[in-house]
Write a protein that binds this ligand. Structure first.
Ligand code: F1P
Length: 609
């Protein structure tokens, strides 16, 4: 249970961001969290404590009876979970010509992929054919690398959905967009709303409906909010559903991979698990069963963060590696390997990181990954994800500045772990383990000989009995691992100086949401107008002192395409706005100061001229 002091600071923070008008007009998912305002100045232990508190907000009940926001445990959310779980049950009982599609962009699409595979595996255990399919904007390459641009296309979303559902007569479509914002998902929901005979749309996100994104979508007649409003009109008749509890602002503002990804996993796994239990073991889908499921995940939060000291140790090591231009490598087994790959892939757009800074590998590579398009390794070196690739390409040049983190469970081949660890230890002493066991089934004692004190081991209460309960255990291990890896990669980038206050100051502006977020950051820190912020951003992005007519009037999509080519765009624009210097002077100033946070801070407090 959280300590009293922690609960107080959390309640105070929640009261702050729950108060009307807090950081208006930003939706909750884009706001900055009062709990993490000083996270950029914290050491590893404090970073993890702040993340623990922010993550705990996911499970917080209503603080005030008349709170403007519904939360995970709110009655209306539980009711919707129940209704959607009943739809899942109905499909599983009569799956002919049916499909359950999970879709999203970035992290939301990666969670869609993970869940679709997990629940198809559960079906296979029951000798049932797969019923789930996933869609991720940008296709399978977006599972491993940041592909932010397709997120902006509603027509692409609708087209992929149509293709996925050819020949199906009954489709439960679950569209995930944490900010209620992705045009790709808007296009899919709109397609469903126009074809309600076949489709039942479910929107999952973490803002109230009135905060759904309302700016025009290029080349499309609706906004996300208008689509949401059409869905609201259909809630009564249960032709559409919206699952949108508020989980509070992210610890790193707007980084929906963190709480947004977590809440997506908790909500969807809860409803899918209950649907499966009803279909396979005739257990009732009721209020209590839903609460029990969510509570089990809340307990995972407590257990995971009870390892704060150990986790802070790994964060410190990973931070040191990045500070010294070294790397962090995750070597995972099965779905925990996928968790590592997902976590690593998100660092590029979030922190402006180099794709090689933090990388994930998994045993079996693509054959284990089980993605639609199979082996993608021919697409380039960042698509090499097998342990074998790590051995061939990374191990020879591995050194003391690198951190290697093994991620496995008691169900994995321990001999395999040992063999790989022995090789890695010849190259670096910085070898860590994150591993899960449960009472009655624990690791051999030699696990301690291999990893010495560098082992973060969690001992769980064993699963109750049947095979589905073992699956539930694995889902909890995944969530626990997600929290730990998010803490490691976020903490390491904070220690490297990639975060200013609680903002990802060096984000890549590769889609319209990130473009707007970047201008918002410039406005916040310099007090400039929207137009001034946008002009400075564009100058930094095109690296020009004056914008041509074409640049100034081009569509946002042209700018976001160009953003792929430029570095340190937001910090450069900040320096330009704050000091009035030229773009080239700002770039020169930043290149002299390798730590972005310090450069930005110096500029904002006018220490440097
Ligand atoms: C989708 C998303 C994020 C990613 C980045 C850009 O957001 O791709 O997963 O980290 O912030 O947007 P959403 O549609 O789930 O709000």
């Amino acid at each position: 249970m959280p300590g009293q002091q922690e609960q107080h600071s959390r309640s105070r923070a929640a009261q702050e961001w729950e108060s009307p008008g807090y950081e208006s007009p930003l939706p909750v998912t884009e706001q900055s969290n009062p709990l993490s305002r000083d996270i950029d100045r914290a050491g590893p232990g404090q970073i993890v404590r702040v993340l623990q508190e922010c993550d705990a907000e996911v499970f917080q009940g209503d603080l005030e009876p008349d709170s403007q926001y519904k939360r995970l445990y709110s009655e209306s959310v539980v009711q919707t979970l129940k209704k959607v779980a009943e739809r899942v049950n109905a499909i599983l009982k009569d799956p002919e010509d049916c499909l359950i599609v999970l879709s999203g962009c970035g992290t939301s699409g990666r969670i869609a992929f993970l869940l679709s595979n997990t629940f198809n595996r559960i079906l296979a255990r029951h000798q049932q054919r797969p019923v789930y399919s996933y869609i991720i904007a940008g296709g399978d390459r977006a599972l491993l690398t940041s592909q932010e641009a397709p997120e902006d296309s509603p027509s692409l979303g609708a087209q992929v959905l149509k293709e996925t559902c050819v020949g199906k007569k009954n489709v439960l479509f679950i569209g995930i967009t944490c900010g209620l914002s992705a045009p790709f998902v808007a296009g899919q929901l709109d397609f469903c709303l126009n074809n309600l005979d076949t489709f039942t749309p479910v929107l999952v996100g973490f803002n109230p409906a009135h905060m759904a994104r309302n700016e025009p979508i290029h080349g499309w007649p609706h906004t996300f909010r208008q689509v949401t409003e059409r869905m609201l009109d259909m809630l009564e008749t249960q032709r559409a559903f919206i699952l949108n509890p508020v989980v509070g602002p992210e610890a790193i503002s707007g980084s929906s991979r963190m709480k947004g990804g977590t809440a997506t996993k908790v909500l969807l796994e809860s409803l899918l698990l209950l649907g499966h239990r009803a279909a396979h073991t005739h257990r009732e889908i009721n209020h209590q069963a839903i609460l029990d499921c969510i509570r089990a995940y809340e307990r995972v939060h407590e257990i995971t963060y009870s390892k704060i000291e150990d986790l802070a140790g790994v964060v410190g090591k990973a931070g040191m590696s990045l500070q010294k231009q070294g790397h962090v490598y995750y070597l995972g087994w099965r779905t925990l390997g996928v968790m590592g790959i997902i976590d690593a892939s998100e660092c590029v757009p979030t922190f402006g990181a180099d794709p090689w800074d933090i990388r994930g590998f998994m045993s079996g590579g693509f054959s284990e990954m089980n993605n639609k398009d199979g082996n993608l390794s021919s697409l380039g070196p960042e698509f090499s994800i097998d342990h074998k690739d790590f051995m061939d390409n990374i191990l020879p040049s591995l050194g003391e500045h690198d951190t290697v983190i093994f991620i496995f469970t008691v169900d994995d081949d321990f001999g395999d772990v040992e063999k790989l660890a022995d090789q890695v230890k010849l190259k670096t002493s910085n070898v860590q383990a994150i591993c899960h066991e449960h009472r009655g089934h624990s690791f051999p004692t030699k696990v301690n000989d291999i990893f010495l004190s560098n082992i973060l081991k969690i001992n769980w209460i064993p699963p109750a009995g049947d095979a589905d309960d073992s699956f539930f255990m694995r889902l909890q291990w995944e969530l626990s691992t997600k929290w730990m890896l998010n803490a490691i990669s976020t903490g390491a980038h904070i220690l490297k100086g990639k975060v200013y206050k609680n903002y990802m100051i060096d984000l890549k502006v590769t889609n319209s949401k990130l473009y707007r977020r970047a201008i918002g950051i410039l406005q916040r820190f310099t007090g400039c107008s929207w137009m001034q912020g946008e002009r400075a951003l564009l100058k930094a992005l095109y690296r020009v002192e004056e914008l041509s007519e074409e640049m100034a009037t081009a569509d946002v999509s042209r700018h976001t395409r160009a953003a792929n080519m430029s570095d340190r765009v937001v910090p450069t624009a900040l320096v330009v706005l704050q000091t009035g210097c030229s773009v080239s002077q700002a770039q020169a100033q930043l290149s002299e100061c390798p730590v972005i946070r310090d450069a930005v801070e110096a500029c904002l407090t006018s220490v440097c001229h």
